[in-house]
Design a protein around this ligand. Structure first.
Ligand SMILES: O=C[C@H](O)COP(=O)(O)O
Length: 317
């Protein structure tokens, strides 16, 4: 857990960004030849355990939350898990991620499935996705989600303050949100697609970590540009700098538009190459995604059986 540090404006201004170099590096990551065969399956299973399995829709009901929880507990078909000898590894997703109104039923459903507590219940809060409600309402939303059973809270930062360059105000709000989270882990969503520049993305990352973010997260999934690699490179660089300054490890969560197994491998390799093996697990890395798991399960089926599954063979995907 990151308890944060005092606001230090000088930490925001130490970095310069060479945009062409960042884009070149991001391009290399995306085009890399992917790992093959059993190594690929192992990495895909790792990706599964890092997923925040998400539903964030206006038409969410108990029935799709129920389905989400079933998938969270048993994300990959048993025969595929057995084929790779993973049946004793307890393969589950990292968390389910829902709106605050759905937290209580998530808790109840996971309990009814005898899910162990390693599946976290994450809830977006603070006027997600825009954050345009009074601070008192945003803080109350966090407290209620935690009271209902959320063990992780994904907050959104105040983009108005960020775009005005009022970083200390961003810091103060996020700090209050951290207090409202209590023992729940706090992920801070930067909504990078709305921040305007790499410099702002770096400053927002650093400000949130100083204020106590346990994870920094790219996007809500509702912006027009969501999780992209160049932005991720800037954010993980901020994580590395914060670690060098404080000795505190903060996690990273790309979210929004991550749909394919190949994407998930690219994100994992970014973590491994930029931050090292200690960041390639679900304590330090999550993939926020509503429709990624199906493609990973399809690829694992292919790794196991050498053909793609017919739709009826992965009915819950
Ligand atoms: O936090 C997670 C995102 O809202 C998921 O976005 P997605 O639906 O594009 O996967």
């Amino acid at each position: 857990m990151n308890n944060g540090v005092n606001f230090n404006e000088s930490w925001l201004t130490e970095e310069n960004f060479n945009l062409p170099a960042i884009k070149k590096r991001a391009g290399e990551l995306g085009k890399r030849r992917s790992v093959k065969k059993s190594y690929q399956a192992a990495w895909l299973f790792r990706a599964v355990t890092c997923i925040d399995l998400t539903t964030l829709s206006g038409d969410d009901t108990r029935s799709n939350v129920q389905r989400l929880c079933h998938k969270a507990v048993r994300p990959v078909r048993d025969d595929i898990v057995r084929y790779f000898g993973m049946q004793t590894k307890g393969i589950k997703v990292g968390a389910v991620c829902v709106y605050p109104n759905r937290v209580a039923e998530c808790k109840e459903i996971l309990k009814s499935l005898n899910a162990d507590t390693s599946i976290k219940i994450a809830s977006v809060a603070t006027g997600f996705p825009a954050g345009q409600t009074p601070l008192s309402c945003r803080l109350e939303e966090i407290r209620r989600a935690v009271a209902d059973g959320a063990t992780e809270i994904d907050i959104v930062i105040n983009r108005t303050y960020a775009l005005n360059g009022e970083w200390e105000k961003v810091f103060e709000e996020v700090k209050e949100m951290k207090i409202a989270c209590g023992n729940a882990h706090m992920k801070t969503i930067l909504a990078t697609g709305e921040l305007g520049s790499m410099t702002n993305i770096y400053k927002a990352s650093m400000t949130c970590m100083m204020a106590g973010a346990d994870f920094i997260k790219t996007s809500t999934g509702k912006e027009s540009v969501n999780a992209i690699l160049p932005v991720a490179l800037v954010m993980v660089r901020a994580i590395r700098h914060y670690y060098q300054k404080t000795g505190i490890k903060v996690g990273f969560k790309p979210a929004g538009g991550i749909r394919t197994a190949k994407d998930s491998l690219t994100w994992l390799s970014l973590m491994k190459e930029e931050l090292g093996d200690e960041w390639v697990n679900n304590e330090m890395f999550r993939l926020g995604a509503s429709s990624l798991l199906g493609d990973i399960e399809r690829q694992l089926f292919h790794c196991a059986y050498g053909r793609y599954a017919a739709a009826h063979e992965l009915a819950l995907a």
